[in-house]
Design a binder for this molecule. Structure first.
Ligand code: TXA
Ligand code: MG
Length: 360
């Protein structure tokens, strides 16, 4: 029987640690999203994780640690940059890619000779990792292709019967997965944007590049983080992003919603605090205020799942431009939409359907 335990309960955390040591799987809260944990040094555990998520086994897992000293046990080389960014951002929502040491099985790294390492800040995660022996492989605790879970109930929805225990830590604080930075290349390269932004990393490291495939779909090249190539974070309904001057975006969405509803679709809109009252659609969800990107990041995945719960078949969303954290939000939204964007009111008057090469 699946056990859901309070993530603050010491006895629960110790039991969870034992489950991991014995090769079982435990879902647990982190400050970004819930993770599906297994012993990172046990190839059978990693195989079980792929099976539970229905995830392709060429998509590597992140190894979670709880103290800096353990980096040198799983990485064969630890450059000075690693220490610098660990000092600045760990524990926290940042993952670094380093060359892997032999003790990390290829089952955990999806066959790669590099390893992704993160030290989360969530207290339940930190204790669990310690009680599990120090190295917990954990992808987000969703079925492959679904939005990452930001609450324990979403984990249960996806993984009931597939994990041995869920630690409930309530709502996560950030809501989008960690930033991934590759330190095996020069200059270092961001493979997935997140809470720790390029600007923040450049303050510590100097020049940092961003994988050019992340925000664009017109580049004929695979992203360097294998997981970023899969359609992901996707709700069941068909999601389209509408970009342009906000008044025109609202008008366009209202017009389309009316047509779709007349055709029998159940239409949902991702609105902001600033625009929510201007929409007419069956299901309108406010993702937060444009003045507060953190709130938007925190709400996004829950909203995508709520649309599913409410049987929405067609979804429109406003676009979220911007540098900094806006990049992470737009990256996830584009992936959720399978990069489907309608651009209206562009300066040259063209109404474009399709792609998104404007987001750099
Ligand atoms: O915030 C997070 O990072 C969450 C929580 C649970 O810690 N975890 C998470 O894991 O998002 P997952 O498996 O859903 O995403 C891991 C991403 C994938 O895109 C994967 O391809 C990439 O990290 N990755 C892992 N190891 C890699 C490596 N050695 N080289 C390049 N990319 C790697
Ligand atoms: Mg994931």
């Amino acid at each position: 029987m699946l056990k859901v335990m309070d993530g603050k309960d010491e006895e629960g955390l110790r039991r969870a640690g034992r489950i991991l040591q014995e090769g079982g799987l435990v879902a647990f809260p982190t400050e970004t999203v819930y993770g599906l944990g297994g012993d990172a040094l046990n190839p059978d555990s990693s195989r079980k994780i792929y099976e539970a998520k229905g995830r392709p086994s060429d998509n590597p897992l992140i190894v979670h640690i709880y103290r800096w000293e353990d980096v040198s046990r799983i990485a064969s080389k630890v450059p000075e940059e690693a220490k610098k960014i660990a000092d600045a951002f760990w524990p926290g929502p940042l993952t670094m890619i380093l060359p892997k040491a032999d003790i990390v099985p290829h089952e955990t790294t999806g066959g790669l000779d590099t390893v992704a390492i993160r030290m989360p800040s969530h207290p339940a995660a930190r204790k669990l990792i310690e009680y599990a022996g120090g190295f917990v492989a954990a992808p987000s605790a969703n079925l492959s292709g679904r939005p990452s879970p930001t609450q324990a109930r979403f984990v249960l929805e996806d993984l009931d019967g597939r994990v041995d225990m869920i630690l409930d830590g309530g709502d996560v604080g950030i809501g989008l997965e960690s930033t991934i930075i590759d330190l095996t290349v020069q200059p270092a390269q961001i493979l997935r944007p997140g809470f720790v932004t390029r600007e923040m990393l450049e303050d510590v490291l100097g020049k940092v590049e961003v994988d050019a495939t992340l925000l664009r779909s017109d580049i004929n090249q695979a992203p360097r983080a294998p997981g970023m190539k899969y359609r992901h974070y996707a709700p069941k309904g068909d999601l389209t992003i509408i970009s342009g001057p906000i008044g025109q975006v609202v008008a366009y969405i209202n017009e389309q919603s009316g047509k779709k509803a007349a055709a029998g679709e159940r239409v949902g809109v991702i609105a902001t605090k600033e625009t929510r009252r201007q929409y007419q659609a069956q299901v309108i969800k406010c993702v937060g205020s444009r003045q507060d990107e953190l709130e938007i990041g925190r709400r996004l995945y829950a909203i995508l799942r709520e649309f599913d719960e409410e049987g929405v078949t067609c979804i429109y969303s406003e676009a979220f431009f911007g540098g900094g954290y806006g990049q992470a939000i737009m990256n996830r939204l584009l992936k959720a939409a399978g990069h489907k964007v309608v651009r209206i009111g562009s300066p040259d008057g063209k109404k474009g359907e399709g792609h998104d090469s404007d987001w750099k």
